[in-house]
Design a binder for this molecule. Structure first.
Ligand code: ADP
Ligand code: MG
Length: 366
């Protein structure tokens, strides 16, 4: 998208922020569309919170420019920006009821009670907390407290909601439910959500698009499917969950297919990416769920095959998780559905053939 387009909710151009010697955000350029659920995914310390605080106006960039809803944000204080930040720890007032917590910001702005009442009711309705307005935060579950924090932001009718690890304090089961609920809420309200998280599953599940961040820089921006199926670098691939890789050198390129020589293994094939030449060092990567494990040495239409030893077999409900040792002593993960019954399962110590189709692999520059 053209970054000057009126579709843009947020434009960041070459934004840099230092904390002392730390380069927390490094020449970050990004365009987020209106009404988009945008996730920023990165490990701890990658600069996610700093990015949100720059957007919210709690920090000023050392360089670069931020434009929100068409307005340059230089010199605009947090309370004059069309955004609301939902803090990681919710920061609810413990002695105030749910309704008082949600009304607080509007009261500070000097709105009349006649206007505050309906807006609080509307915000509580949006997050499905109508009926719990008189409770104290301590009388709510973790998920409900999280929704009060959301209502307290939505009541201001922001154009953009900024969320800092919104589900971080919840247990796994509740987190999965809230991922779905948060996405549904965003679709209902129709405003831009920018959500930062270190959880790749969360980012992939909730977002329309996401950015992967590392050391203050954006490594890749795309849809969950683009990032998952075509990671642009080894870091993105490993962070997003591609755990299997083989280092090698391109031997030949024929049309769409590259042949890669891997020491201790031999030749493997993968779809060619741009900029490859014979001799280019590359990583051949493949996802654990794309591997086929068999006792039969026949190729069965798989263009790649390696004899392996099963090092570990872990039962995981609907799947088996195998750790297999390759002839070059690398360990790979394979995930195999359990639908086939116990007869086809492998046990630790068994020999097997690991197979995959060329189109299932992704080549990354080393
Ligand atoms: P994340 O939210 O991705 O964990 P942060 O934006 O909080 O990352 O931090 C990015 C980097 O900036 C880290 O190295 C962190 O230690 C540093 N940092 C963040 N805030 C401050 C601060 N107020 N003073 C000094 N260093 C900071
Ligand atoms: Mg953070």
């Amino acid at each position: 998208m053209d970054e000057a387009s009126t579709d843009a909710s947020i434009v960041m151009r070459e934004v840099t922020k230092r904390h002392g010697d730390t380069l927390a955000v490094d020449r970050l350029s990004l365009t987020i569309r209106k009404g988009e659920f945008f996730a920023i995914l990165g490990p701890s310390g990658s600069g996610k919170t700093t990015t949100l605080r720059l957007l919210a106006g709690f920090e000023q960039p050392d360089a670069g420019e931020i434009i929100i809803e068409g307005q340059p944000m230089q010199g605009v204080p947090p309370n004059r920006r069309p955004v609301n930040l939902v803090f990681q720890n919710y920061a609810l007032f413990p002695h105030m009821t749910v309704a008082q917590n949600v009304a607080f910001g509007l009261e500070m702005k000097g709105l009349q009670a006649a206007e505050i009442g309906p807006r609080v009711a509307e915000a509580l309705e949006m997050v499905r907390l109508a009926g719990k307005q008189d409770r104290l935060p301590s009388q709510l579950s973790g998920g409900e407290q999280q929704r009060v924090a959301l209502a307290r932001a939505l009541v201001n009718h922001p154009a953009v909601l900024l969320l800092d690890e919104p589900l971080g304090a919840l247990d796994k089961q509740l987190r999965l439910e809230m991922e779905v609920e948060l996405k549904a809420l965003q679709e209902r309200v129709g405003i831009t959500f920018v959500c930062v998280t270190h959880d790749q599953e969360e980012a992939l599940t909730m977002s329309d698009r996401l950015a992967v961040m590392h050391h203050g820089r954006l490594l890749q921006v795309g849809t969950p499917e683009e990032i998952y199926t075509a990671p642009a670098s080894a870091f993105v691939a490993s962070f997003i969950g591609v755990s299997n890789s083989l280092p090698g050198r391109v031997q030949a390129i024929e049309g769409q297919r590259a042949t890669v020589a891997v020491e201790g293994i031999g030749l493997v094939h993968a779809p060619a990416c741009t900029g490859l030449r014979a001799g280019t060092p590359v990583l051949v990567t493949i996802r654990p769920e794309r591997l086929h494990l068999s006792r039969d040495p026949a190729t069965d239409g798989y263009q790649n095959q390696i004899a392996v030893r099963v090092a570990k077999a872990i039962y995981s409900g609907n799947e088996m998780h195998y750790l297999v040792t390759l002839p070059n002593n690398l360990t790979w993960k394979a995930r195999v559905p359990n639908a086939d019954g116990t007869a086809k399962r492998f046990h630790a110590g068994e020999s097997a053939y690991l197979k995959w189709r060329t189109t299932e692999a992704v080549l990354l520059p080393e």
